[in-house]
Design a protein around this ligand. Structure first.
Ligand code: FAD
Length: 430
């Protein structure tokens, strides 16, 4: 056994698996407990009516450096698994913008000035806004809502409607009037402000399970670790310098434990431990936002003009052409972020409205021959101003946290989850 003793990781989402990969790569054996039957958590593959799809359409960007690094480590080559394209926002009939692979801020300037559907005054104002932000190193004097921030910065018109607000909603999964301006500024810093290929869209060519969770679980298993599926941890107790973990009928001792679970799942495991009262008070203040993905199947040869299109509403937000990225020919995935009118519609009506809005945007299409809506009620935490975000260390030695909510720089994202898992592993190794 290593000098760090036995390490347990609770949760085989992207955070828990990133932590496990990093530890086994350093020669530390780990045991990962996952309550579900498959790894991946909120970014997992599903089998629906014989099709391999995802619990929700995901988009990654070139700035997801840690995710890409770990994918390479476990043999899941990003070059094979993603279709990489320059960031392109198309709202047919309304707006179009493409950000070329150039150093920042030239990339943004070229993208903005080449945009169609915005006035020259709006483009100039948006370019100056990005310049000011860069000069302030993307730090705001105070955190407030994205709506207040855009008002204060004079961002109006088409660029607000089709660039800043949709980017905020897509990245933070929180409506601009409630979303944290500082976290949005961090996202802009590492994507549009990152230069080169940081803003590129990485469109998955395979289902989410194959991108990371499944190869990561295999890597852990073949490097001296263990991933136990259908293994919910029901209790956690101090045992000398270590911890007793209860799962099913068994109780096992570990020297270190990483809780890599969503914030709403933390309290039941820590409620009996007074040392964590402050953390539990913080987490009690968290709100959550839903995301729905509506899959509509059209004839296999159906193709949109680009792999991701914006819809100008009133219901639709984004639609992904899964066939263009290399899988699921003819399947379009409509993504609906955060609370909105869509949430009150039943599945059949929602699909009909999305189909009608797409037809209004791109022209005639046959009726879909199959459809399915997947609603994730607590897809992400609501990324509000001043939200307290715990780090990896906790009030007790040998107990660590990982998970998207613990990576305070970012909203709930795969990259935030992965970075938090890597940071927890480094804390243990350090
Ligand atoms: C529909 C949808 C779309 C999204 N789109 C994007 C996107 O486009 N781009 C992006 O970057 N991010 C996106 N996200 C966010 C991203 O998926 C999450 O931020 C990320 O998956 C969170 O990973 P995690 O490991 O922190 O948590 P989780 O995925 O929640 O993992 C926690 C794991 O712990 C397990 N668990 C909980 N309690 C226990 C217990 N007691 N014992 C054992 N196991 C337990 C759970 O089953 C789960 O597998 C989206 C999320 C959703 C839901």
């Amino acid at each position: 056994m290593s000098c760090l003793g036995r390490v347990a990781i609770v949760g085989a989402g992207w955070a828990g698996l990133a932590c496990a990969v990093e530890l086994v790569a350093a020669g530390i054996p780990v045991t990962v407990f996952e309550s579900a039957r498959q790894p991946g958590g909120r970014a997992r593959a599903l089998e629906i009516d014989g099709r391999r799809l995802d619990n929700g359409q995901h988009l990654l960007v070139g700035a997801y450096g840690e995710t890409l690094r770990l994918m390479r480590r476990i043999g899941a080559a990003p070059e094979r698994l993603f279709e990489r394209r320059p960031l392109q926002l198309e709202f047919p009939g309304y707006f179009s913008l493409r950000v070329p692979d150039l150093p920042a801020p030239l990339n943004v300037a070229c993208g903005l000035f080449g945009a169609r559907g915005a006035s020259l005054g709006e483009k100039l104002s948006a370019a100056l806004f990005m310049q000011r932000l860069k000069r302030r190193r993307y730090r705001l004097l105070r955190d407030y809502s994205v709506t207040e921030w855009l008002d204060a910065e004079g961002q109006r018109g088409a660029l607000r409607r089709y660039l800043w607000e949709p980017l905020c909603l897509a990245a933070l999964n929180t409506a601009p009037r409630q979303a944290s301006a500082q976290v949005f500024a961090n996202v802009l810093r590492d994507s549009l402000g990152g230069g080169g290929d940081a803003a590129d869209m990485l469109l998955p060519k395979a289902d989410l399970g194959r991108l990371f969770p499944e190869p990561a679980a295999n890597y852990v298993a073949t490097h001296g670790g263990e991933v136990r599926l259908s293994a919910r941890v029901s209790a956690l107790q101090r045992d000398g310098n270590g911890w007793l973990l209860a799962s099913g009928e068994r109780s096992e001792r570990f020297d270190q434990v990483v809780l890599a679970i969503a914030p709403q799942h933390v309290p039941p495991l820590l409620i009996a431990r007074p040392a964590h009262e402050a953390l539990l008070v913080q987490l009690a203040d968290y709100d959550y936002e839903p995301i729905a993905t509506a899959y509509l199947a059209y004839p296999q040869e159906t193709r949109l003009s680009c792999p991701m299109l914006g819809l100008a509403g009133p219901v639709g937000q984004w639609v992904f052409d899964r066939g263009q990225a290399g899988g699921n020919d003819g399947i379009l995935a409509f993504v609906l972020s955060a609370e909105g009118g869509w949430d009150e519609l039943g599945d059949a009506e929602l699909c009909q409205r999305l189909h009608d809005e797409l037809v209004a945007a791109v022209g005639p299409l046959p009726a879909p021959h199959w459809q399915r809506v997947i609603r994730e009620r607590r897809a992400t935490f609501s990324c509000r101003p001043h939200l307290p975000r715990p780090g990896q260390q906790t009030a007790e030695r040998g107990l660590w946290l990982a998970g998207d909510y613990t990576w305070g720089e970012y909203p709930a994202t795969l990259e935030g989850a992965v970075r938090s898992g890597v940071a927890a592993a480094r804390g243990i190794l350090g």
